[in-house]
Design a protein around this ligand. Structure first.
Ligand code: FAD
Length: 440
């Protein structure tokens, strides 16, 4: 059997490695148009801020590693131009030599990922404008900082990448202004939580502008639609990503309502010999089963593994996701899972909402407040979603709620959770218990 994978970052390499573990005789080949493979995109902001000293730390595995450990052949700088389903062939361009050749597959895995969304803003192609999607983007940003020594920057977009880049530019001594077109920050937060985040950020040395619609990028900075110029010697555009679907679409595979590749719960496309995984696919909500697009490394690794398993005769099933996300900005952690209040109302739920602010551990050990907002369904008493903002211990509470929501827990079950307690870790009644007590 010959398995061809397109794309060698999180989804593609996970799929290929799992396929190899299941099948030690298949020919497995990955075509990757970039020169970097299997890197941690999630670590790129920290490379910019010098917390990761070398980009090599984010790209620990080379094609030689995959060859010797998994007998997987990775061809970098090879772009797949076309998939021909009837003949099960792909055409590939060697980007070094320009040569175009064909290759044949028995099973094909599409893991072409996503690319930065480029908003239609005048001046977006200027040399001091950057996107952060891959290793080469990060190197370009780093080299600009080292060579040009900018003193100011504008980050467009207040999603998690925008915030992570902002923190790391500031670590380089750059003054940063974040501009956000919406009336609130970060897509996963409701407005009340966004205001709380702004309050926590208000004592940091940064500027965040909401309702700020950039219409032009000039050499001086960004121009808003009301004529204000926000100065910035470098501009980072972090306005989301879009799935790379043109290969799949041109081959006749089905896209979902979100525009990403449609797959079933075994990652199979509408062709039984073609599977897909990672940021190029549409997934669905664990709660509502409705399709959505949630391009995250956590999901790319899972769907990659499921893909590799099923393509080699396994039967691993993907259960959907809760859009769980977490990021850090300085000492503040921002987390969310499941539905926001806005989403739940849009979906017609009759909801109960709780907010509780409690310390993560006793005051005598320096406990600091965290705010938990929870959304529950009145009809079933099930928890639908949670947003948490605080300092230490946000991640642990988030993951407890993820588990509760995944297994359909009702609000009356929260208080009885036998969570671990000792002063360095939590309080006798944990903030999670308080959420249950309020909602029940
Ligand atoms: P990609 O990483 O996009 O890889 C797809 C690969 O396919 C690319 O290398 C591309 O060159 C190749 N390709 C495309 N078309 C072709 C073709 N025609 N021929 C050959 N090759 C092709 N996720 C989290 O869960 N948590 C985080 O904290 C987090 N932080 C992030 C921070 C940043 C700055 C970024 C950029 C992303 C972050 N992510 C995070 C998201 C995570 O990195 C992605 O979800 C993950 O990389 C997706 O992996 P993928 O393999 O599906 O796609």
């Amino acid at each position: 059997m010959k398995i061809i994978v397109i794309g060698a970052v999180a989804g593609g390499t996970s799929a290929a490695a799992k396929a190899r573990r299941n099948n030690d005789s298949a020919d497995i080949i990955i075509y990757e148009k970039d020169q970097d493979i299997s890197y941690s995109g999630c670590g790129l902001p920290y490379f910019i801020g010098d917390r990761v000293s070398s980009v090599m730390e984010l790209t620990p595995r080379s094609p030689e590693f995959f060859k010797s450990k998994y007998a997987i052949d990775i061809k970098i700088r090879h772009e797949v131009l076309k998939i021909d389903i009837p003949t099960k062939t792909i055409s590939v361009k060697n980007l070094e030599t320009g040569a175009i050749f064909e290759d044949h597959y028995d099973k094909l895995i599409i893991s072409t990922g996503a690319q930065a969304f480029i908003p239609p803003i005048k001046g977006i192609t200027n040399e001091h404008v950057f996107f952060l999607r891959n290793v080469q983007n990060a190197l370009k940003i780093k080299s600009f900082i080292v060579n040009q020594r900018p003193k100011s920057a504008v980050v467009i977009g207040s999603g998690f990448i925008g915030f992570e880049v902002m923190e790391n530019l500031m670590a380089c001594g750059i003054r940063v202004t974040m501009v956000e077109r919406a009336a609130k920050l970060t897509p996963n937060l409701d407005e009340d939580m966004s205001l709380y985040l702004e309050k926590l950020l208000s004592n940091k040395d940064l500027t965040i502008l909401k309702n700020a619609n950039v219409v032009e990028i000039t050499n001086q900075g960004v121009l808003l639609d009301d004529g204000t110029l926000i100065p910035g010697e470098m501009i980072i555009v972090a306005t989301g990503v879009k799935p790379n679907v043109s290969l799949a679409q041109e081959a006749g595979l089905l896209l979902g309502v979100t525009g990403a590749i449609r797959v079933d719960d075994r990652m199979m496309t509408i062709d039984t010999d073609i599977y897909a995984c990672g940021d190029c696919i549409e997934t669905w909500s664990t709660i509502t089963k409705k399709p959505h697009y949630r391009p995250l490394g956590s999901t790319a690794n899972k769907t990659g593994r499921i893909c590799g398993d099923n393509i080699t005769g396994g039967n691993e099933i993907y259960a959907g996701n809760l859009s769980t996300g977490i990021f850090k900005i300085f000492d503040i952690s921002v987390a969310s899972t499941g539905m926001s209040e806005t989403e739940a109302l849009k979906d017609g739920y009759d909801i109960e909402i709780s907010h509780n602010i409690k310390p993560n551990q006793p005051g005598y050990l320096g406990g600091r407040e965290l705010l938990i907002k929870a959304i529950a369904d009145r009809a079933t008493k099930k928890i639908l979603g949670v947003q948490i903002i605080g300092y230490e211990g946000v991640d642990k509470r988030l993951d407890v709620f993820v588990t509760l929501i995944t297994y359909g827990a009702t609000v009356d079950q929260i208080f009885n959770l036998d969570l671990g307690y000792a002063p360095p870790f939590s309080t006798t009644k944990d903030p999670i218990h308080y959420t249950g007590m309020i909602l029940d």
